[in-house]
Design a binder for this molecule. Sequence first.
Ligand code: PLP
Length: 434
Amino acid sequence: MTDIPFVDHWYNVVPDLPGRPPEPRNSEGGDELRLIAQITPKGLSYLGLSRRRHHAIPDEVRQRYTDFGRPTPLTNAARLAAYLETPARIYFKREDVIPSGSFKINTALAQAWAARQEGYDGLVTETGAGQWGLALSVASAVFGLRCRVYMARCSYGQKSTRRQLMELHGADVIASPSQTTEVGRRLGAGEPDPPGSIGTAISEAVEFARDHPSFAYAAGSNVSYVYVHQSVIGIETARQLRALGEAPDVAVTCVGGGSNFAGFVLPLVYGDDAFEPRPVMFACESRTIPRLTEGQYRYDHADPGGLTPLVKSYSLGQSFQPPATHVGGLRQHNGSPIIGLIHSQGLIRARAYSEEEVFEAGRLLARLEGIFPAPESCHCVCGVIDAAREAAERREACVIVGCISGAGALDMAGYQAHPGRRDGLVQSSNGVLV
Ligand SMILES: *Cc1c(COP(=O)(O)O)cnc(C)c1O
């Protein structure tokens, strides 16, 4: 790791994009845009609509970023490169070292700070696997706010440790679809134990915020102010690479709602910290939710209840029911206008990976580098491995940079479901102990 000056601003990519992201819209006869504006802290709405490139990080948020481990390290994965017999140099940005377990804290702290500034008592949100809910619970505790989390029912059972952690930080966690909202009762009707998704939880959180004005709605991904907050990851990475004298040829990460991708990859490609020539943007998704590789570019709601505005992006359809996988953080049927715009211009290389492949890649990273990635982050490891193998075929000493968006410690169930080899370390065919 190299010392870099503390990042004091967020970067808004919108003015530098190759076109204007399509505006969100109301559905016919609907008033979703006004509803979202009504339940979102004004400062965040403003940031989401801004056309300014740079926004100063408020002092109190900067202080909390430091408390929670920023800047995070950039690790040179030399043993992985040796194992893959690639001339490429591989780096990983390490959001997994954050004590609350993932990069989501970057926007959680900023949103909780904004809500407290504007006099709200609490925050309500949705969560899939629980990383976002946990980050918001922690940030709410830090800024003295209540926190209410609607958690996809299938994850509520699967990820009970993370639920207990949220509760430990003082959050109320409710399995979605639930009986506590009208939309939850509607979406859960007719099934004894509906698995739910991030989508059903969004519908419920939005309805709760609408009916409880002392609570603001907090969004974990997808929306542009979250992308702005997450830019701190990419700006730090750009500075760390420059301090090492490196320029990335490929920037890889996983994509669900796209905030990790936008925060990590886009500042390496656009704006003041970007590299020339532009690195290839590589997005890795789950084969069970293949939005970018198989979805359609069209307007759709982000939630099956239809409470959120229509946004144009790659979608599998509002009624797409994601299977109950171990990659809860990627289980959503649509994405954001920013990622949609860039992908529609053919600027993103996208690939989908199976659960089998991703846990195998995670295990490899654990053995070779001592890094234990979250299931979502394992998708990035798959993409990095693909890019490194291609570099080996071309005999090209390129630089590949990936982002480990979170830690795997609370996701042992996924690793256990795909156990792989259990014996100790063995010598690979090229002599690397793995
Ligand atoms: C939420 C999450 C993701 C996915 O982020 P998006 O912004 O939805 O693309 C990836 N990794 C981890 C660890 C997460 O918590």
